[in-house]
Design a protein around this ligand. Structure first.
Ligand SMILES: [Zn+2]
Ligand SMILES: [Zn+2]
Length: 358
């Protein structure tokens, strides 16, 4: 197989040839048809996350080895099943979206299909070769979800941004359709969250962003209200409460910065949930007695699990999920697309397409 791989952190991706893997055990070999280029690929390519305050998180310390074909938003056609993958409903030639946040396969979390809670997560495109390649291995049939009835380039994005917002929303549901849900951030994730909430039939969606153009985009996407998120957290919280008419049951923070966290907790009603998704960085200080008395829930949400990807694909298949704008480019443009993403020159999502001539 051929891959566009990170050979050295921060250096251009290189086209390399690797042995096409033979699926063993429960593994499934797919030919990649589509692979999204995600913002987190920039961090993987750099080999580190900036934690702020001069601290960095090294991905080499987290088990990431080079060369690596990145790409975790993968759709492919099944080429071959491992001996243990038969009889699980996977069809050779069928097109599937690949759940990339795979775990060890053996621990209680993995057995409960909550791979994203596995202490030994071995994500596709992060810890093992991903979709910037002609072929990819899925460890188990349960990590494959049929693309039937869903545009494959769009389905690819559901493996990361889609599942991330779906899983966060899942953590505050069920709520009545007219109960306000506050979303901090109206960028890509924020708009995806609005689309998912609308698909679930939710009506009261309050989007908060500092940029007027993004607030307008949120309203166009189906938010019921858009609130200016600029200024001190207390002022932002007061503006949100004026829009919602009082404290809320749920706030989902797709920014994940100190000020959004402070505002997010301040607006909660008794028993309310603040779910943090964004990785902007910062800290949150909470007074303990009032956290008890207000019975608050503060929780992080990281990607999602295969059950959630299946549910999201069902929503898409039912035609209820509004598509996000997706542009496609040939797989051979992987490095150029990544460069443009890094330079902030990409609007919406770009999905690489493997036409076979790669
Ligand atoms: Zn991603
Ligand atoms: Zn596990």
């Amino acid at each position: 197989m051929r891959a566009y791989a990170v050979i050295e952190n921060g250096k251009p991706l290189q086209e390399i040839t690797l042995p096409t893997p033979e699926p063993e055990g429960t593994e499934v070999l797919l030919e990649v048809t589509h692979c999204g280029v995600c913002h987190s690929d920039i961090h993987i390519w750099e080999g580190k996350y900036d934690l702020g305050g001069g601290k960095t998180l090294s991905l080499a310390d987290r088990g990431v080895t080079l060369p690596l074909a990145m790409g975790h938003e993968i759709v492919g056609r099944v080429v071959k099943l491992g001996p243990g993958a038969h009889g699980k409903g996977i069809v050779v030639g069928g097109q599937y979206v690949v759940f990339p946040w795979v775990g060890c396969g053996a621990c209680p979390a993995c057995l409960a299909e909550e791979d994203n809670y596995c202490p030994k997560m071995r994500a596709i495109g992060v810890h093992r070769h991903g979709g910037y390649a002609t072929h990819v291995i899925a460890p188990e049939p349960r990590h494959l979800i049929s693309c039937e009835g869903v545009e494959p380039a769009l389905a690819a994005t559901y493996a990361c941004s889609g599942i991330t917002v779906y899983s966060a929303i899942n953590k505050v549901m069920p709520l009545p359709a007219d109960e306000p849900i506050v979303l901090f951030g109206a960028g890509g994730l924020g708009l995806a969250a609005i689309a998912v909430l609308r698909a679930m039939g939710h009506r009261r969606i309050v989007s908060v962003d500092v940029a007027e153009a993004k607030r307008a985009a949120a309203l166009a996407e189906g938010a019921s209200e858009a609130v200016d998120g600029s200024g001190e957290p207390d002022a932002v919280a007061a503006r949100i409460l004026a829009a919602t008419g009082g404290p809320v049951a749920a706030a989902i923070d797709l920014v994940g910065a100190g000020p959004t966290a402070k505002a997010g907790v301040a607006i909660l009603r008794k028993g309310g949930s603040y779910v943090i998704v964004g990785l902007y960085g910062g800290e949150l200080t909470l007074p303990l007695p009032t956290t008890v008395m207000r019975a608050l829930v503060v929780r992080g949400s990281h990607v999602g699990n295969p059950k959630e990807l299946r549910a999201l694909m069902d929503l898409a298949r039912a035609g209820r999920l509004k598509p996000i704008p997706v542009a496609t480019e040939p797989l051979s443009h992987a490095d150029a697309v990544l460069t443009r993403l890094r330079q902030g020159r990409i609007v919406g999502r770009v999905v690489l397409e493997n036409s076979g001539s790669f």
